[in-house]
Design a protein around this ligand. Structure first.
Ligand SMILES: Cc1cc2nc3c(=O)[nH]c(=O)nc-3n(C[C@H](O)[C@H](O)[C@H](O)COP(=O)(O)O)c2cc1C
Length: 188
């Protein structure tokens, strides 16, 4: 990445990680990174976020909430769900990012924007330290069973589950469109 400064390099080289090494990630390091990420732009400084970090045996609670949300009425747990739950269990950390759902549309949008930039700050700062993650927004984060099982309150939104660890495999980037194709310059 010739000619790119370290911030630019981190932005361009970061990838969504799905395959993780089993090596643990230090919780204190995650806290440190979140304390960096919180410097995201945030209109009215609402700091519209709270986090639930699942580590060690605590991960079972997260995984169980996922399984409960996917369990059929007759109690059957589809094989795909069983496989996925095993995969989730082996990922070092799960961080759930939660925001308040402000009934005012403008404030809701501003808060969602702030949380999103906070998450991206976190992804980039972690990437710089060799820590990877995937931002997941699967259907089950909207599922009342999952929400209740992890203690999300009415009036709160799960923005993301971030699954975190040291990358085992870094995928190739998917090309992005040259921004000139999306840019209209109006200069007179
Ligand atoms: C709001 C949001 C939700 C996402 N949800 C998922 C998801 O549920 N599953 C998934 O595999 N990736 C998810 N991603 C990651 C994107 O798929 C990923 O960023 C995209 O494929 C580009 O890959 P890259 O991040 O490596 O550049 C999400 C990303 C964002 C910003």
């Amino acid at each position: 990445m010739k000619g790119k400064n370290p911030v630019e390099q981190a932005i361009i080289s970061r990838r969504t990680i799905k395959a993780f090494k089993p090596d643990p990630v230090d919780v204190e390091e995650i806290i440190e990174l979140l304390n960096v990420a919180k410097w995201a732009p945030n209109h009215k400084l609402t700091e519209p976020w709270r986090f639930q970090l699942y580590t060690g045996e605590g991960k079972d609670k997260f995984v169980q909430a996922y399984v409960d949300s996917q369990t059929k009425a007759d109690g059957d747990i589809p094989e795909k769900v069983q496989r996925k739950s095993e995969y989730f269990r082996n990922i070092p950390l799960h961080l759930v990012v939660i925001m308040p759902e402000d009934p005012r549309q403008r404030r809701w949008d501003e808060d969602y924007g702030a949380v999103s930039t906070m998450i991206q700050n976190f992804q980039l700062a972690a990437w710089e330290r060799g820590i990877g993650m995937i931002w997941r927004s699967n259907d089950w984060i909207y599922d009342p069973v999952f929400r209740e099982a992890i203690g999300v309150q009415p009036g709160e939104k799960v923005v993301a589950t971030l699954m975190i660890g040291y990358p085992k495999h870094i995928p190739n980037p998917q090309e992005r469109t040259d921004i000139r194709e999306r840019l209209m310059i109006i200069d007179n």
